[in-house]
Design a protein around this ligand. Structure first.
Ligand SMILES: C[S@@+](CC[C@H](N)C(=O)[O-])C[C@H]1O[C@@H](n2cnc3c(N)ncnc32)[C@H](O)[C@@H]1O
Ligand code: SF4
Length: 415
């Protein structure tokens, strides 16, 4: 087997354990299989029929359908497998050969964990879904909003067993990487307890930490993320979610307090500036109000030289009215041209990915073109839902206010 970047080979089936928010186990967060819903333990899943088959196919150099987001060059400039193959575990190829039996089972332990323990969250972002935020879940239940959910019966018992399972792995000392994401991981007492225990056990220097967080709090019961925990670890990267600055950001991400967010962000940013093993990025979900107010976001990221990781709001369907793809073609083209012109002076090496994503958005079919038969009806339903939310939340700033900057856009939204 040669170097991993020139093949479809990936070390994930020998190193990484994933449990999704709906309680399913699969290869990793982006793998495309439905996932195993049988509430298996890691031990049962790790050398179960699915994993053994995957390992054998990978060793034969076969392309796995579930891994297509990594091998299909149209999807990612930097495929997710590179994070595992090149950054986390660059030297495992010989060990993998030695420790994989002819039936595909392995004696290698999972050492990287992406376990999504809970949807507990202190925000109720308008882009998000109740499966990821219990605040949204409660709100939708109260307002009798109908939505599709992944949640399974018996999920909370399974999640409790998964928490215990992970603690056991921590105590054995076999964990080398943790991805904290949820829900909001910094809002979970469990996160703080585990991280403290890792430090106390003396295992932290062998563990790299990744976070996807709303960055709303850095402290829990007197323990501070930066002062007391992360410096003990091998390294860390924080993907701090932010979809707009000031009022626009606070509208999209309900719960965000822009002043407090900046304070937390700068605390971590200043820490990371002088270290090579610590990074903070902005994880931006690109929405229509976010694009309208993009200049301020570009100014902010340029000023602090922050790398931005932008992605378009999902799903791509006409009732997602916060998506720029919900705009009619002429208005979409006009908006992107106007915003690209406006943000040009603030484009830097770190935030150019936003500029590029705008170009990609303009080049793809909008919802009207993709779903000509369903577009109008679904768009109207999505708009009604969003307006109803503004009414029950008694928002002081509405989407219409945010679109005031561009009269044609406000007119379209109100039409
Ligand atoms: C579900 S959140 C959980 C982690 C944490 N609470 C946070 O907000 O970063 C994970 C990521 O998904 C993003 N996200 C939420 N809703 C989305 C949507 N409809 N489309 C794309 N990304 C979305 C969030 O902005 C965040 O970057
Ligand atoms: S903070 Fe994260 S999990 Fe919570 S509602 Fe927002 S996007 Fe969803």
């Amino acid at each position: 087997m040669s170097d991993s970047d020139c093949s479809d080979f990936c070390v994930v089936p020998w190193t990484h354990a994933y449990v999704g928010v709906g309680g399913h186990r699969k290869l990793c967060t982006i793998s495309q299989e439905k996932g195993n819903q049988q509430k298996l333990s890691l031990e049962e899943f790790w050398n179960g029929a699915e994993m053994k088959e995957v390992r054998l196919k990978m060793l034969k150099g076969e392309r796995l359908q579930q891994c297509r987001l990594c091998w299909d060059k149209n999807n990612f400039l930097n495929p997710y497998k590179n994070y595992f193959n090149k950054f986390l575990f660059p030297n495992l190829v010989d060990e993998i050969r030695e420790k994989t039996a002819s039936d595909g089972s392995t004696t290698m332990p999972a050492r990287s964990f992406d376990y999504r323990y809970s949807n507990d969250c202190n925000y109720s972002c308008r882009i998000c879904h109740p499966d990821y935020s219990n605040r949204l879940e409660k709100e939708y239940q109260k307002e009798k909003v109908v939505y599709k959910s992944d949640n399974l019966e018996g999920l909370s018992e399974f999640k409790d067993s998964v928490k215990q399972e992970f603690l056991n792995e921590v105590r054995k000392g076999s964990v080398e990487e943790i991805y904290w994401v949820g829900g909001e991981p910094l809002f979970w007492p469990y996160h703080w307890e585990v991280m403290q225990e890792i430090v106390e056990l003396g295992h932290s220097s062998q563990i790299y930490c990744r976070y996807n967080t709303n960055l709303s709090l850095l402290k829990f019961k007197g323990v501070h993320l930066i002062d007391d925990l992360l410096p003990h670890f091998k390294g860390f990267r924080i993907q701090a979610s932010l979809d707009g600055v000031g009022q626009a950001g606070e509208y999209i991400r309900t719960g965000l307090n822009w002043q407090r967010w900046q304070k937390n962000f700068l605390e971590i940013h200043n820490f990371c500036k002088v270290r090579t093993n610590a990074q903070i990025y902005i994880d931006m979900t690109v929405t229509l109000p976010g694009i309208v107010h993009l200049k301020e976001m570009m100014e902010f990221t340029q000023k602090y030289e922050i790398t931005v990781l932008p992605k378009l709001i999902l799903p791509s369907q006409p009732d997602v009215v916060l998506s720029p793809l919900s705009l009619p073609r002429a208005l979409l083209d006009q908006l992107i041209d106007r915003v690209q012109k406006e943000i040009k002076p603030f484009v830097s090496f770190d935030n150019v990915s936003i500029f590029r994503l705008l170009t990609q958005i303009k080049e793809q079919p909008n919802f009207e073109e993709s779903f000509p038969d369903q577009y109008q009806e679904q768009f109207d339903q999505g708009r009604q839902k969003l307006l109803a939310m503004e009414a029950w939340r008694q928002d002081s700033v509405t989407l219409s206010d945010l679109y005031q900057k561009i009269p044609e856009l406000q007119e379209w939204w109100q039409s």
